[in-house]
Design a protein around this ligand. Structure first.
Ligand SMILES: *Cc1c(COP(=O)(O)O)cnc(C)c1O
Length: 467
């Protein structure tokens, strides 16, 4: 009897061709694929002998493909969901095909690590950040925040001659100040043993803003000056895309000693447009910055980058070093990403970002980001002009928060009807205790035609509710 692996070898190109035409079809018809298909999957016992890839592919096409969501398409506006540019997809395929373990630059290293260093340099240039930052790729902004905050934690200990990486954390030593931390920052504090209760909430500017009140921030810096302080700021909150005032925080940094982290998961892209870069003025003075590539860079999941100042690289290495594995050598004189990131074995994760940046350049991304901001503005105008709808906040960049003018609490019903129709997908939100709906524009494909579909769908849902 032939072993399955042998069968697969013979049929490999045939299977690849089938898969390839499948991919092309999906890519070209993404526009029409349901944004919220009805999903179900029957449990099947593991096959002892295995089916061979051909049969699995056939089964996949019949049972799974029809209920794959068009979430990477132009009308999926839930959460902050990007798509994938053609070049990013190619880079991602190749990362899989070449299957490198991206760690070391020298001594048994390979081109994948060098290309990662090169991609980080391209990104610093892209974001107009100085080369006093170093960076690397992780799976998402959550892990990027984690990498940055873990280094911040080590810094806090270092200020008082403690090495938390060796001794464990004593949380009484420090506080985290933040006005509107993303849920992932809170999660990171839990993962880091800092404890999310250790966040001291700083006041927001006013009830219409999610950005920090800098005066209150300064008072808290005074209040907690006996402790080590980490400030976690937002370079774009998820709801209203509000930005903490980076210029004022830069000035505070001249006066006080603290670690400054910026979660700029998608808001960082504001910096590539002349008309919006003032929102990030001063961010180059931060100690660490988290940016997602699988959002506005439109690179497939899982892709994000951290930027941490070079001067902190020893602290970062103290946290992440894997040097107790003797065969890896001394982490200081033999650079390996494995000593600077949570993961040890790592895929060729920089490749899709490298591909897409090279393919479209900064200008290509300026067009994507500008287009999405215009999408949001047009959507806002529709809401403002509609007698039954209201904006919940000013639309600052690419997210629109809105609700029913009367009975905002019925917005969730409205959203259910819209989403169940499978053409447009948005997510619920809450702002100043008002329930609402949020549309986030991050996909490179979204156009006026998609907005028109949305306007029709919203009207359809309102009619159905007799509003
Ligand atoms: C999406 C997001 C995160 C979390 O990123 P993941 O890529 O989902 O891990 C963190 N912060 C902000 C502001 C985000 O938008």
């Amino acid at each position: 009897m032939k072993r399955v692996l042998e069968i697969d070898k013979e049929e490999f190109s045939e299977i690849l061709e089938k898969t390839f035409s499948e991919i092309v079809h999906f890519f070209n018809s993404l526009d029409e694929i349901s944004t919220q298909p009805n999903v179900k999957l029957e449990h099947q016992k593991l096959s002892y002998e295995g089916w061979g890839s051909k049969k699995v592919l056939e089964y996949f096409q019949q049972a799974v493909k029809p209920i794959i969501s068009g979430s990477s398409g132009p009308k999926y506006w839930g959460f902050v969901t990007g798509g994938a540019t053609p070049a990013a997809l190619i880079g991602d395929f190749l990362a899989t095909i070449y299957d490198q373990n991206t760690q070391r630059i020298n001594q048994g290293g390979d081109i994948s690590a060098l290309l990662e260093v090169e991609t980080v340099k391209m990104l610093l240039d892209f974001f107009s950040l100085p080369d006093s930052f170093e960076g690397g790729f992780v799976t998402g902004a959550t892990m990027s925040n984690f990498t940055c905050l873990a280094t911040a934690r080590q810094w806090a200990g270092h200020q008082i001659n403690k090495n938390y990486a060796l001794e464990g954390v004593s949380t009484d030593d420090f506080v985290i100040l933040s006005a509107e931390p993303h849920s992932s920052v809170v999660k990171c504090l839990s993962m880091l043993g800092i404890g999310s209760n250790n966040i001291v909430s700083v006041r927001k500017k006013d009830e219409t803003r999610e950005a920090v009140d800098v005066e209150d921030l300064e008072q808290k810096l005074e209040l907690y000056k006996a402790k080590q302080i980490i400030i976690s700021t937002s370079g774009g909150t998820v709801n209203t895309v509000d930005f903490d005032d980076m210029k004022s925080i830069s000035r505070l940094k001249e006066k006080y000693n603290f670690w400054w982290h910026i979660d700029a998961a998608f808001g960082g892209f504001a910096n590539i447009l002349d008309e919006y870069k003032h929102l990030l003025d001063g961010w180059e003075n931060a100690d660490s910055i988290a940016v997602d590539c699988h959002k506005w860079m439109n690179v497939p999941y899982e892709n994000a980058v951290y930027f941490i100042r070079k001067e902190h690289s020893v602290l970062q290495m103290q946290v992440f070093q894997n040097s107790n594995a003797a065969y890896l050598g001394n982490p200081e004189d033999n650079f390996s990403y494995g000593n600077f990131t949570p993961e040890n074995s790592r895929r060729f994760r920089a490749l899709p970002t490298w591909f897409t940046l090279k393919a479209y350049g900064k200008e290509g991304y300026q067009n994507i980001v500008r287009n999405n901001i215009q999408n949001a503005q047009k959507f806002s105008v529709f809401v403002e002009n509609h007698p039954a709808l209201q904006l919940l906040s000013e639309t600052r960049l690419n997210c629109v928060c809105f609700s029913l003018k009367e009975n905002p609490e019925k917005s969730s019903k409205l959203l259910d009807i819209i989403n169940e129709n499978e053409k447009i997908f948005m997510t619920p939100t809450k702002l100043n205790n008002k329930a609402g709906i949020r549309a986030a524009f991050v996909n490179w494909r979204t156009s006026d035609k998609d907005l028109d579909v949305a306007f029709t769908e919203i009207q359809f849902a309102l009619d159905k509710m007799d509003i």
